[in-house]
Design a protein around this ligand. Structure first.
Ligand SMILES: C[C@@H](Oc1cc(-c2cccc(S(C)(=O)=O)c2)cnc1N)c1cc(F)ccc1N1NC=CN1
Length: 316
């Protein structure tokens, strides 16, 4: 994880970065109460926390607190700052809300809104055990939320580089479950050209990557579209790991020679068609997130009509 992008304004030093840091909201440590461990992120641990007097409210606000191990390389610290800078610029209903950063001595905390439904992959795996067979419509709505967040990222020149259900979060406030893109540990802003060349062979999510990404290390919003296709497959297989039984090396060989994920059992032909469009060898032939969102919305409406009112004239 990490590596230097070719054309984006990368901060060459922590000092230089700290000049910029001033325009990121910094949180006084005494306002933050770190409580239980939620799990391990790519860098460090993530905790459930409480933040006092947000918006002058009496009640403390639940937050997620991402920590960096105190002993870590400057590059890791820089990547962590990059994630904070990235998140602080992104404001969208389907992107997890950044609250601020808290630096005290050598400890650095990244604070975001807490999504009370947890991560999307765990949610899908729980659905398997629940008897209520979640309707295809519900699954499509989850995917539309993610596509909407990704459309915003695409429009703002932000390449996520690690789109997967494990990096999405749910909140179940009220009746509507909403999904947000929730972890930006590998995201990068594109520079003048809209691609990002990765150096080194750090830990990379091969099973979610397009051929041009795992062969040439080239990342564009169209590589995010490929990953989104794998995310669709994860959703309609209720949280299975893609290419079960295959190693990363076997997956690269398989995909390079045209192999693709099979249609999950509960997935309709139309949705599978959309997934396979996201996995076109030639990235120019893949849809963008606006198209993906439109296609999912029309499929969902079609499903709606066919079940509720067959006479509604929506071309299906
Ligand atoms: C960084 C972390 O952020 C969060 C985790 C949870 C969250 C994650 C799991 C469970 C619960 S909960 C429902 O028990 O409060 C809340 C809720 N809100 C967050 N903002 C995260 C963001 C993601 F997009 C995906 C996974 C995680 N992590 N990292 C470590 C564990 N999850």
């Amino acid at each position: 994880i990490g590596g230097n992008s070719v054309n984006s304004p990368l901060y060459t030093s922590i000092e230089e970065y700290e000049k910029v840091q001033s325009d990121i909201h910094s949180i006084a440590r005494h306002k933050l109460t770190v409580q239980r461990l939620l799990g391990k992120g790519a860098f460090g641990e993530v905790y459930y926390g409480l933040l006092a007097d947000v918006a002058h409210s009496e009640v403390p606000t639940p937050v997620a607190v991402k920590t960096l191990p105190t002993l870590c390389s400057d590059q890791t610290k820089l990547d962590f700052f990059m994630e904070a800078v990235m998140l602080s610029k992104l404001k969208h209903p389907n992107i997890v809300k950044f609250i601020g950063i808290s630096i005290e001595g050598s400890s650095i905390l990244l604070v975001t809104e807490l999504m009370d439904g947890g991560d999307l992959r765990s949610y899908l795996r729980c659905l398997r055990t629940k008897l209520n067979d979640i309707a295809t419509k519900e699954l499509i709505l989850l995917c539309i939320d993610v596509a909407t967040g990704c459309q915003y990222l695409e429009e703002h020149g932000c390449i996520h580089r690690d789109l997967a259900t494990r990096n999405c979060l749910l909140s179940e406030k009220g009746s509507r479950t909403i999904v947000k893109v929730g972890d930006f540990g590998m995201s990068r802003l594109t520079g003048r050209t809209n691609y990002y060349r990765k150096k080194g062979t750090a830990l990379v999510p091969v099973k979610w990557m397009s051929p041009e990404a795992f062969i040439d290390g080239v990342f564009t919003s169209k590589t995010d579209v490929w990953s989104y296709g794998v995310l669709l497959w994860e959703v309609f297989s209720l949280g299975h790991v893609p290419y079960p039984g295959k190693s990363n090396e076997e997956v690269m060989q398989f995909v390079k020679h045209g192999g693709r994920l099979p249609k999950p059992e509960i997935c309709t032909e139309k949705i599978y068609q959309l997934m396979t469009n996201c996995w076109a060898d030639d990235s120019r032939l893949r849809p963008n997130f606006t198209t993906i969102k439109e296609k999912l919305t029309s499929i969902e409406q079609c499903d709606n009509n066919s079940t509720s009112n067959p006479y509604l004239s929506v071309p299906c």
